[in-house]
Design a protein around this ligand. Structure first.
Ligand code: CP
Length: 323
């Protein structure tokens, strides 16, 4: 099955077959970063625009490295020095950038749905690098790939997602990806931060961590998103850490081979005790490493799927390309 989407806006619209195709491509690209010369010509002559209108360390840096390792040219749109500050809309900014013959726009925005609107307005590929509390598809793919790499499978695993689900775009992308690939997803957190609506999509909801931690194969701790809370939704960080923070004492009741994951940035001592974040069951830095290959796959597949200019396309994808 070929990849046919010019944009990557979320994992909800993707089929299990499409998810597997991307994960196969990630595996092929991961090998490139183990070489002494970490560069392939797959996107030579293409231009990738990085438009991060909200802070980012991991996603922005890994997209930049991914584009460079594919030999693409990069244009950074800096919000503080762009005409967005003068009131130009994101769609108008994107249409002006499109007029400069670019091939992909990687967009992070604090409002849900902006990447979808931009993708409808421009020909270049649009990759959602996180929009409000909607989706963060490449982080979802990072988490799927890391679980697959460490556990050898996704189907049948119990994945426990703990914390501020309400505001988390990562939780949504993880949920869609994991459930399409056959994992059983449980959300656990303070009731105001865990929307019951997820039960309607097949997730399990829990409020007591001690009830669900022992059966988890994977725990994904979510960052408490102070910046998105319109009112105080937890009494204090200290009480959150006592009930939902994962420390050595709670981990003693988990499976010995449980994976501890976090999309970052970690509030140390809140979502995870430092000894857990840095401990032997943590794969947080493996997630960061895998972010580069995931973003290489996202850029390569979406740009390859563009129409027209078939003669200048990279090789069409029917299987993962080894380079
Ligand atoms: N996981 C994640 O999106 O991290 P950044 O905000 O640093 O990009």
């Amino acid at each position: 099955m070929p990849w046919t989407r010019k944009d990557l806006l979320g994992l909800e619209p993707l089929s299990a077959e499409e998810l597997r195709l991307v994960l196969d491509q990630v595996k092929a690209f991961k090998e490139v970063s183990t070489r002494s010369v970490k560069k392939v010509p797959a996107l030579r002559g293409r231009t990738v625009v990085l438009c991060f209108l909200e802070p980012s360390t991991r996603t922005r840096a890994s997209f930049e490295l991914a584009a460079k390792r594919l030999s693409a040219d990069i244009l950074q749109v800096q919000p503080a020095s762009s005409s967005l500050l003068k009131g130009e809309s994101v769609v108008d900014t994107a249409r002006n950038i499109e007029a400069m013959q670019v091939d992909a726009v990687v967009l992070r925005h604090n409002s849900s749905g902006i990447p979808v609107r931009v993708a409808q307005a421009i020909r270049p590929s649009v990759i959602n690098a996180g929009d409000g509390s909607h989706e963060h598809p490449t982080q979802g793919l990072v988490d799927l790939f890391t679980i697959l790499e460490k556990k050898g499978r996704i189907e049948g695993l119990n994945v426990l997602i703990v914390g501020d689900v309400l505001h988390s775009r990562v939780a949504r992308s993880d949920f869609w990806g994991l459930s399409k690939l056959g994992a059983k997803v449980t959300f656990c957190g303070p009731p105001p931060l865990v929307p019951a609506a997820f039960e309607g999509f097949g997730a399990r909801i829990a409020t007591r961590l001690e009830d669900v931690l022992p059966e988890a194969d994977v725990v994904i701790a979510l960052r408490i998103q102070k910046e998105r809370m319109e009112e105080q939704m937890i009494p204090s960080f200290r009480s959150y850490a006592r009930l939902y923070g994962i420390d050595e004492a709670k981990l003693a009741r988990a499976k010995p081979d449980v994976l501890i994951m976090h999309p970052g940035p970690v509030n140390r001592g809140v979502e995870l005790a430092p000894e857990v974040a840095d401990g032997p069951r943590s794969v947080i830095l493996d997630q960061v490493t895998n972010g580069i290959a995931v973003r290489m796959a996202a850029l390569f597949l979406t740009i390859s799927a563009q129409e027209p200019a078939a003669s200048s396309k990279p090789a069409a994808q029917t299987a993962a390309v080894s380079l």
